[in-house]
Structure formats: C-alpha cells, structure tokens
Design a binder for this molecule. Structure first.
Ligand code: SAH
Ligand code: MG
Length: 199
C-alpha cells in the first residue's frame, strides 16, 4: 500500500491532479481515528489518494467516493484494487449533484470537488450525515488566494475565489451547523450540527 501511495503522489504531480496536502490528510486521518469514524462519503475522488488514506486511518472504515471524470475514476478503481480495499471503498462514476444516496448515512462527509459548487454539495449531502457526524471541506484558502487576491488574476479565477468566499460566509452564517476553520494545508473546515452532542 505504501508503494501505491508513493506512485499516486508521482502520478498526481506528473498529470497535475490536485490531491490533498500532506498536513491536511494527516489531520483528517487523526480525526477519523480519534473519533472512531466508520463511514465516509467523499465528493471528488480524483485518483483515490485521499480516499485510500482516509479508509486506512481506522479499523473497518467504509468509504463511498464520487468522481465525474472517467479517466480519474478508472485510475482510482485501479489504485483501490492495488491496495486491496475494494471491499471497503465504492467508487461511484457520476456527477455528485446527480447521485442518489437515499437510505444511506455517514459519520463524515469530505467535500473536495468543484470549488464553485461547494454550497450545493453542502446543502445536498448534509442530509446524509449521521447524528454527531461532521462535514470536512478542503481548499478553503484556495491556494492562498482567498482574502489575498492579486491584480493579474483571470476573471475565471476571481470568480472561483468569490465562490469560496461565499461558501465561507454560508458556513459562518449557517443556523444548523457551526464551523471551525483550520489553517492547515490549503485550508480546512469542520462543520458540526448544532443540536448534536457537545464535544
Ligand atoms: N480528494 C482527492 C482530490 C480531488 S480533486 C484527493 O485529495 O486525493 C477534485 C476532483 O473532483 C476532480 O477529480 C474532479 O473531476 C472531481 N469533481 C469536480 N466536481 C465534481 C462533481 N460535481 N461530481 C463529481 N466529481 C467532481
Ligand atoms: Mg483538495
């Protein structure tokens, strides 16, 4: 498994796949272990890097992970098999906004897909959170650009930064969830449902 992880890191560099930063995945893995997380939903598989590491962070974790890009999906399925995790990880090849998960629920939801759709993902998938479950979001700093724009940014990039800022505002003003923001990696947030047990 360790070898496959290193191969995946190389692949990500070579093909420009935006996998999670080391500090961030370490932080999430620790959270999974400490809180005995057993079921995870990941939005944005890419090649399976974060999914495989999250699954290996605790005994008996089951992961559902969604990816809409066919090449990355195929790569993820291959990597999951290489790590012998095909009985614990289900990779779904579909746009997350079209996926139907009725009847399922998760201890943790990890949002790490199209940055412009974060509010939509949160609104859709928060319904699949178990009591005391959490929603973790990656890239809340968006390469350090959030709150720190520069003059030569393209219109497209500017608009993505605005969308992340909107998401942060959405989390800060959310009446159902309280969110903690962490300055780790590219920025992480953890959202807790207000009426759940105090932690
Ligand atoms: N979690 C991965 C990295 C994910 S990169 C890791 O850290 O290893 C983000 C991925 O989300 C991309 O591969 C992109 O194709 C996918 N994605 C973006 N929007 C999506 C959507 N609406 N539905 C499913 N996948 C999406
Ligand atoms: Mg990310």
């Amino acid at each position: 498994m360790k070898e496959t992880i290193i191969e995946m890191e190389k692949y990500a560099k070579e093909y420009n796949v935006p996998i999670i930063e080391k500090d961030s995945i370490k932080f999430i893995m620790k959270y999974i272990k400490l809180n005995n997380v057993k079921s995870i939903l990941e939005i944005g598989t890419a090649i399976g890097y974060s999914g495989i590491l999250m699954t290996s962070a605790n005994e008996g974790v089951e992961l559902t992970t969604i990816e809409r890009d066919e090449k990355r999906y195929m790569e993820a399925v291959k990597n999951v098999k290489k790590c012998g995790l095909e009985h614990q990880i289900e990779v779904v090849f579909q746009d997350a906004l079209d996926v139907n998960l009725i009847g399922r629920s998760y201890d943790m939801i990890f949002i790490d897909a199209a940055k412009g759709q974060y509010i939509k993902f949160f609104e859709k998938f928060s319904h699949y959170l178990k009591p005391n479950g959490v929603i973790i979001t990656d890239n809340i700093k968006f390469h350090g650009l959030v709150g720190n724009r520069n003059a030569d940014m393209s219109k497209n990039l500017n608009s993505l930064v605005s969308k992340i800022e909107d998401y942060i505002e959405f989390l800060k003003t959310n009446k159902e969830f309280t969110t903690k923001f962490y300055d780790i990696g590219d920025g992480l947030s953890i959202s807790y449902r207000n009426n759940d047990e105090k932690r």
